[in-house]
Design a protein around this ligand. Structure first.
Ligand code: COA
Ligand code: AMP
Length: 637
């Protein structure tokens, strides 16, 4: 039996023993009474009775253990022409002070704080400061519009908002403060204060009564110490797109989360303390939470905070420059980033300029890794290019090639095998387990390992209904796929109305809600179709109300503006097709999946429940007219 099999079997057969051993790498204020509390399924609790502080584990203990002079954070911002190194001692000082600022504003344990910041070290300081005093942060990605922020404010009910004055996005300088003000105006819940980190590139105008300036508050604050937090207490809330306009507030606990993330750094990513780890993502996404902030710091690594793009800031050699300049061992990003580099520099000319001798692995996740990109990156880098699969809900990888345990041969198209702790199965729609090679619903047998979502914020029922009800005893991932004869898992895509645009998860349902608000729209469907660069893009199919006089082009432009204003630029909603009818089942359900297959040039079965097959023929003809289907067919062949 190989090392992986030994470790995997122990993780599912003796989870208490397995995770208790892993928990030895975390410093506890009070040891747990029980490793796994399974008294109330599907609400499992890890390290019941234990107490710790995750900020202490990520920052203070490294200083106490003599790593104070090691870099904790390297900030590299080509868009502002800035570079900064922050040691663990300096990070401890900044985090303690900002924790003091929060305390001065009356933030106490269990209060919520919303953070809306770009990729600057202050974002990490704010997150760690919350954890230091037991407050629960909810970071909202900067590409979301005021309306989306307002929805999260109303749900998370933050005492304070922490933001930056703005972001530098490629060549654009964006003001964040007007967006925050608008969100607070829209929300019913009003946070008590807004703390604004002023950036030299973009100064915010502050309201003397309501806003506080970060820099000024830091000058007068007293440092605050770490408090004891129960292992089962919430660490953070991260909203993620579901199938409707209301995002899901994934709640992560404290103890299990610290244990799992620390374990993953050695076992999945094969890193040691002192290694430089770079997750080229954003703190607003789960990859940022786990692998820009908490995991590398818990493990005593140096984390890179990169404010830039893979291309255009200034060129397609940006990633190679950062890897060589800081001796990065592991780069983790989304396939989209590599497609962008491939597009701009197909022969990898930029790579020749840099020394990548310390670079060992490229990990990719967030969307399906297409074989072109896999082969291109492998041939260029001559290093393992490792696809791994996970979700906001899991918080860390579910399926991966665990390089720190036993590195398997890579099969392109598969993220390899289940990560220890995750008992992955494939079920048919009736819940029967499918044999190797047959595609179905990818699920995880309960209990989920530590570090995964404990529940949905303030909504235990929705948690149960969304993830645990379709297949009792299993967590429903909403991804389809299969396992081959060798135990390799293949993830084929979402089975619901969630799409991935440039590795960003968005809801077509939420976009439909916006499109249907247009006065001229009678009915609509938004589907995700293939896009060469971003993996997927949304496209709206719209039926207009009878007698509408407005010209179609104006309606299309207005719809794009509405989605941009209400959801955000990150939704990338640009295309609308006006159709005379939408294909439906006899019970009135719109056949979105069938339309998706047609648009992507894939084979599809005519649904037996279809109300009027000629509507589907019309849709096919419309797709053909726009050239959509043909483009995709060429790529498929
Ligand atoms: N704040 C405000 N606006 C933002 C933003 C932020 N933090 N991030 C993105 N946006 C805006 C962009 O400016 C763009 O606006 P535009 O329509 O006015 O041009 C829009 O949202 C779409 O952004 P993006 O998807 O990033 O597209 P892009 O064309 O600027 O860049 C890539 C394309 C491929 C280079 C980029 O998507 C990328 O780097 N992807 C890597 C994927 C990644 O990191 N995924 C995270 C999960 S691991
Ligand atoms: P998010 O919650 O934003 O991380 O998005 C999770 C979704 O992204 C998953 O449910 C998958 O559909 C998709 N995804 C993430 N990683 C991969 C991968 N390696 N291969 C295929 N799909 C992936």
């Amino acid at each position: 039996m190989g090392n992986y099999d030994l470790v995997f079997n122990k993780s599912v057969n003796e989870p208490d023993l397995f995770w208790a051993e892993a928990a030895g790498n975390i410093d506890w204020i009070k040891k747990w009474d029980k490793v796994l509390d399974d008294n109330n399924p599907p609400y499992y609790r890890w390290f019941q009775g234990g107490e710790l502080n995750i900020c202490y584990n990520a920052v203070d203990r490294h200083v106490e253990n003599g790593l104070g002079d090691q870099n904790a954070i390297i900030w590299d911002s080509p868009v502002t022409d800035s570079k900064t190194k922050i040691t663990y001692s300096e990070l401890k000082e900044q985090v303690s002070l900002f924790a003091g600022v929060l305390k001065d504003q009356g933030v106490v344990k269990s209060d919520t704080v919303i953070i809306y910041m770009p990729m600057i070290p202050a974002a990490l300081v704010a997150m760690l400061a919350c954890a230091r005093i037991g407050a629960i942060h909810s970071v909202v990605f900067g590409g979301f519009a005021a309306n989306e922020l307002a929805v999260r404010i109303d749900h998370a009910q933050p005492k304070i908002i922490v933001c930056a004055s703005g972001a530098v996005e490629g060549k654009k300088v964006l003001q964040y403060k007007p967006l925050i003000d608008k969100a607070i105006e829209l929300s019913k819940h009003k946070p008590e204060k807004c703390i604004v980190f002023q950036r030299p590139e973009v100064q915010a105008v502050l309201d003397k009564e309501y806003d506080l300036e970060w820099q000024e508050m830091m000058r007068i604050a007293e440092p605050a110490d770490c408090v004891a937090v129960k292992a089962t207490d919430p660490h953070y809330i991260l909203y993620t797109s579901g199938t409707t306009g209301m995002p899901k507030g994934v709640m992560r606990d404290t103890g299990g989360h610290a244990v799992a993330l620390h374990w993953s750094m050695k076992n999945v990513y094969n890193t040691e303390p002192g290694d430089v780890f770079w997750a080229a993502s954003d703190v607003g996404w789960v990859v940022g939470h786990s692998y820009i902030v908490y995991a590398p710091l818990l493990a005593g690594c140096t984390t890179i905070v990169y404010e830039g793009k893979p291309v255009g800031t200034p060129d397609a050699g940006a990633f190679w420059r950062v890897i060589s300049e800081y001796q990065v061992k592991v780069l983790f990003t989304a396939p989209t980033a590599f497609r962008a580099i491939k597009r701009d520099d197909p022969n990898g000319e930029f790579l020749k300029k840099y020394d990548l001798s310390k670079f060992k692995y490229l990990f990719l996740a967030g969307e399906r890794l297409d074989s072109d990109t896999y082969h291109w990156a492998t041939n260029l880098l001559k290093r393992p290019v490792i696809d791994h699969w996970w979700q906001t809900e899991s918080g860390w990888p579910i399926v991966a090639n665990c390089t720190g345990i036993e590195q398997f041969e890579i099969k392109p198209g598969s993220p390899t095998k289940p990560v220890p702790g995750y008992d992955v199965r494939v079920l048919d729609d009736e819940g029967n387990e499918l044999p190797a090679g047959q595609e179905g619903n990818v699920v995880v047998k309960l209990p989920l390992p530590p570090g995964t979502l404990a529940t949905l914020w303030k909504d235990d029922e929705k948690f149960k209904k969304s993830y645990m009800s379709t297949f009792p005893g299993y967590y429903e991932t909403s991804d389809g796929g299969y396992v081959d004869e060798d135990g390799y898992v293949y993830i084929m895509g979402r089975m619901d109305d969630v799409i991935n645009i440039a590795g960003h998860r968005l809801s077509t349902g939420a976009m439909e809600e916006v499109v249907s608000q247009h006065a001229d729209v009678a009915e609509c469907a938004v589907i995700g179709i293939h896009d060469n660069l971003k993996g997927q893009k949304p496209i709206g199919l719209v039926v207009l109300k009878g007698g509408v006089q407005t010209d179609a082009e104006s309606i299309k432009t207005e719809l794009a503006q509405m989605v941009r204003a209400q959801i955000g630029p990150i939704a990338c909603y640009r295309e609308t097709l006006i159709v005379s009818n939408l294909p439906k089942t006899r019970s009135g359900k719109i056949l979105r999946a069938t339309m998706r297959n047609i648009a992507d040039g894939k084979d599809y079965k005519m649904p037996s429940t279809i109300l009027d097959a000629s509507v589907l023929d019309d849709i096919t003809a419309t797709f053909k007219l726009t050239g959509l289907t043909e483009n995709r067919k060429n790529e498929n062949s």
